[in-house]
Ligand binder design. Sequence first.
Ligand code: MN
Ligand code: MN
Length: 287
Amino acid sequence: MMTVQSFSNTLFADAESPYRDAAYVIFGAPFDGTTSFRAGTRDAPVAIRAASYNFETYLPYYDVNMLDIPFHDMGDMYCDVLPNLVADQVESVVSSLQKDKKIPVMIGGEHSITVGAVRALRPRWYIVCDAHLDLKDEFRGSPFNHDCVTARVAETVKKIIIIGPRSGIREEFAEAREKYLLYTADDVFERGMTEILDEIAGLIGDDSVYLSIDADAIDCCITPGLGTPEPFGLTPRDIQSVIKRIAKNVVGFDYVEVLPTDAGETAIVAAHLIREFIAEHYHARSG
Ligand code: MN
Ligand code: MN
């Protein structure tokens, strides 16, 4: 009889824990119904999972093997066509995960999916890395457009920190400076991420945080697979620093807006940072 040791599958690499035992649960939300420039982020969950097989299971920085961390991949959720309905769907999925004491790790899809996750978790802080402010109250006929994410999140969470913006209208920048904490991509370049993260860590203390990474926070010349690419942005190292510093506070995480039409750079960086979020959180929580 043929001996088969393992099967390849379409789930995130090393996510071999059964749901029951998992502390972290990955799921994809392949929705891109409101994209305004280039479409196709619905293909990102599949591309990011495929990219995850590029890496060794061992993470030398944490001296941890991903296979020893209890995390599970549920696959992709079914998404409706209207963004407000998708927000409701995500809210219901994330509520179930929270009830089961799992840390949700959501892979987009476009940024609008974040709204439902934040509504379910009601964290004290919302921290987002993004080239954009996403503060428009409505865009192209919907308040749930990907360009309105922070505006919708602000209806649930009052303490908001936005890192990496370099594109938007004057009113959005004025609002962000008035109501929230804004560190533009230029601020990060001029002050350095370490100093900024010291400031943020002092503010959040032990509070709960929802961390959302919009892939376009990173400079499009480094990771060009983006729906709304912007140059002069953050580096993958900057995002890694944010994750390393803030992961221990995080009650929900997402990585959105990857458009897998490049040579794979954007999905590779996403897969690596998703692994690092899980490893850092696990490391911090298990001492
Ligand atoms: Mn965004
Ligand atoms: Mn963006």
